[in-house]
Design a protein around this ligand. Structure first.
Ligand SMILES: Cc1ncc(COP(=O)(O)O)c(C=O)c1O
Length: 419
């Protein structure tokens, strides 16, 4: 007989294996100070490009004010209990209606966390005779939702419509026997690459395969679409999304999430989404705060304009100096460099310690060996000067990588000061 802890101590996991060298610097870094483009990191001011604070609401004075006032009035406990039991309020219902209208759907359901929420929405929608077909690079929460499904599942190659069609054929073969239905699951904007899901291509297959479509638009809500209503709105297919998911964790700069769709389906989800039925309702300050955020998204066009001014300047600037930013068509801006893990560490070290730029790094095993992705998240509160400075810094870094300068001692990773 074994001890489960023995296994854990021997194998810390695919990401945990790097903890010894990475913890506190590459992973779990501590940014302090007011949320925004200038924060403190290890005693130095850094230019931050790693917060999903797209519209700059995190530290907006009006948002800070309403969050504070609502907390003073209600505290963090109210309402106590799950929605179904004792956790309901007029504000929760109002927010659901306003969110639904914002994403062009008739009904909505609030959720206390996005990850658990959408996971169990996927589970609740599916019975064992149904089949789920999902994008191979979908976010972990969708994959976990798919894992909870007791019936068949098929992954299609990332954003590949031919592969989707093939998997839908497999799915149809199954449901013709079981009598079940098909759910297609994807992200709206893929959070690592910034690529939009080909929603137009997906919905074009709806007639042939009669499936329902669930879109996780965590990075699309508040950034995409003429009225910031998301990736479906951007592509003119919002009405073909059957279940729309948005989180408050990014452009809303808060916590909580929601799904929206047809009233009967939302009513079903209110009674059957286990992570919500059996969990505490969203606290009132978060609900009132979300109403204010939504109001600002609807009435302050400058938020969207500022965001996209920075996005366009940053992406154009990086492309102009020859940096590969992949195929992004959203604010998410990956800087794709070639280098081994050692060089990747040195690049991050250089960017942070010499240029005082803070951005997140994605390495193998999340992406293929030999590639380094630094992910930049432009926001409405960055400036064009921030963009210029950053473009120049990345041009320098790319030059150093190309000319093997990171093999020189001054960049050695041992030079990273001890934490
Ligand atoms: C695509 C996507 N879906 C879902 C989530 C989870 O949302 P939350 O942070 O609200 O739990 C995230 C991360 O925030 C995400 O990037």
């Amino acid at each position: 007989m074994g001890d489960i802890f023995d296994k854990i101590l021997k194998n810390p996991g695919p990401l945990g294996q790097y903890a010894k060298v990475a913890h506190g610097y590459f992973t779990f870094p501590k940014l302090t100070g007011e949320l925004g483009p200038r924060m403190m990191y290890r005693g130095q001011e850094v230019l931050v490009w790693s917060l999903n604070n797209y519209l700059g609401l995190a530290n907006h004075p009006e948002i800070r004010k309403i969050d504070t006032e609502a907390t003073e009035q209600y505290g963090l406990a109210y309402p106590m209990g799950a929605r179904m039991m004792t956790g309901e309020s007029d504000y929760h219902e109002q927010l659901e209606q306003e969110l639904a209208a914002f994403v062009e759907k008739p009904a909505g359901m609030l959720m206390n966390f996005g990850y658990q929420g959408i996971m169990s929405v996927v589970e609740a929608l599916l019975g064992r005779h149904d089949v789920v077909v999902y994008d191979g690079e979908a976010h972990a929460c969708l994959v976990d939702g798919v894992r909870l499904h007791s019936g068949k599942r098929f992954a299609y190659k990332h954003n590949d419509m031919e592969s989707l069609e093939k998997q839908l054929e497999h799915a149809r073969y199954v449901v013709e026997k079981t009598g079940g239905g098909i759910l297609v699951v994807t992200e709206g904007v893929f959070g690592m690459s910034g690529v939009q899901s080909n929603l137009k291509g997906i919905v074009a297959l709806k007639e042939k395969f009669k499936f329902r479509l669930l879109v996780d638009d965590a990075h699309g809500i508040g950034t995409m679409g003429a009225k910031l209503g998301g990736t479906g709105q951007e592509q003119g297919v919002q009405d073909k999304i059957d279940v729309y998911f948005g989180t408050f964790a990014k452009s809303f700069a808060s916590i909580g999430a929601f799904v929206a769709g047809e009233p009967e389906i939302i009513q079903y989800l209110k009674y059957n989404t286990r992570s919500q039925v059996y969990a505490k309702s969203l606290p009132m300050p978060l609900v009132i705060g979300a109403l204010k955020r939504l109001d600002m998204m609807r009435t302050r066009p400058e938020l969207k304009d500022n965001l996209w001014t920075i996005v366009n300047a940053l992406q154009k600037g990086l492309r102009d100096v020859g940096i590969n930013i992949g195929r992004t068509t959203s604010p998410v801006t990956p800087v794709v460099l070639n280098g081994n893990p050692q060089e990747a560490s040195q690049v991050v070290y250089d960017i942070r310690e010499k240029y005082h730029i803070f951005c997140s790094v994605v390495l193998y095993p999340v992406i293929p060996k030999g590639t380094i992705i630094l992910r930049l998240i432009p926001t409405a509160v960055h400036t064009l000067e921030d963009v210029d400075y950053t473009v120049k810094a990345f041009a320098d870094v790319a030059y150093k990588l190309k000319n093997n300068l990171y093999s020189k001692e001054e960049y050695a990773i041992g030079a990273v000061p001890q934490i």
